[in-house]
Design a binder for this molecule. Sequence first.
Ligand code: MRU
Length: 364
Amino acid sequence: MNTLEWKEGSLWLIDQTRLPLEPSLVECRDIQAVAEAIKALRVRGAPAIGLAAAYGTVLGARSLASAGVTGDRFRSALEAAMAVLGSTRPTAVNLFWALDRMQKILSQEAESQPHAIANALLLEADAMLREDEEINRSMGQYGAELIPDGSKILTHCNTGALAAGSYGTALGVIRSAWEQGKRVHVWVDETRPLLQGARLTAWELQQAGIPFTLITDNMAGYFMARGDVDVAMVGADRIVANGDAANKIGTYGAAVLAHAHDIPFYFVAPTSTVDLATASGDLIPIEQRNPDEVTTFAGKRVAPEGIDAANPAFDVTPARFIAAIITERGVVRPPFADGLAAVACRSARPVEPFSTALAGKESV
Ligand code: MRU
C-alpha cells in the first residue's frame, strides 16, 4: 500500500486513522474529500499533507473542467477550493508550499483550456511525489552519518513513509542507518493524544524489522537519565528563519530533556518545511484541535464529563535546543539563520541531480 496514490482519476489514501488494526484505503473523488481527509488526519505528516493538497487541486480542476466552467470563472472557483484546502491545518507549511506550486502552474497555464490546465496540475503533483522520495533518501544519507553504530535513538510522532510520499524523514534517516548495516534501537514515544507513535511508527518499524521499544511520552526522561538514549531524531512541520522548529506536541519537552542530558537532538525536514518568511517560532500558527481528543483514549471517554481540556497539536522547540537540522541539501548547524537561508533559498526543486548533491556531502 502506498501512503497516497493517484489511480483512475481518484486520490487513494491509506486511512491513517484506522491503522494499525484495520488497514484500509480511502478514495477521494473530489477536492472536498481531500480537505476532509487532511482535517481528520486520514492523511497526515507535513510532506504527505502537501502532496495530498496538490492532488486535491487536480481533482478540483478536473471537476470544474468536466462541468464546463471556463475562463476567469474556472480560475476563481479553483482558487476558492484551494483556499478550503489551505484552511484545513495551519501549522505544516508544506501545505502552503504545495498550494503555491500549484498556483504557479495555474498562472503559467493562464491561456490554456481547463482540461489542459488540469493535466498540467497532475504532472506537477506527480513530479512532487517523485521528488519526495529522492528528497527523503537524500536526507537519509546525510542523517545516517550522525547515527553511530549501536545507537539508541528516541523519536516522537510518526515521520516514516506514512508521513511523506515514501521512505520518511526522521524515520527515513533511521531506516537509512539500518540499511547501511548499523545496529540501532529506537525508543518510540507513543505521542498522546492521537498515538501516532504507538499506532503508526511502531507499525512501520515492525514491518521494516528495525528493533524498537514503545514508551509513553513521559518515560523519555527516565531512559535518558539511565544513559539509554544516545540520539533524538524528529521531523518538523515548520522550521523558521532563526531555526526554531514546530513539531508534534511533546517535542519541545523531549528536546529540553535531551539538552539536560547532553543528548544531541536532531530535526530532519525537507526544505519545503523551511519557512524563511517567518522570523521566529512565536509567530508560527499552532493548530488547536478538539479537546475530545484529550478527554478520550482510543475513542473511549476517560475524563469526567463537563471539564475543560486543551489540545494544541504542535509545540515549538527553540533553536538553542537543536543540535542540527538535516535537509536534503545538507546538514545545517547552529547558528541556523545563514545555513537555512542557504539551503532554502535555492529552488525547492532539485536544481542538480541528487546523485551529484550526495557526492558533495556538504555540511552547510
Ligand atoms: O498531526 P500530525 O500527525 O500531522 O503531525 C505530524 C508531525 O508532527 C510530524 O512529526 C511532522 O509532520 C513531520 S513528518 C515527516
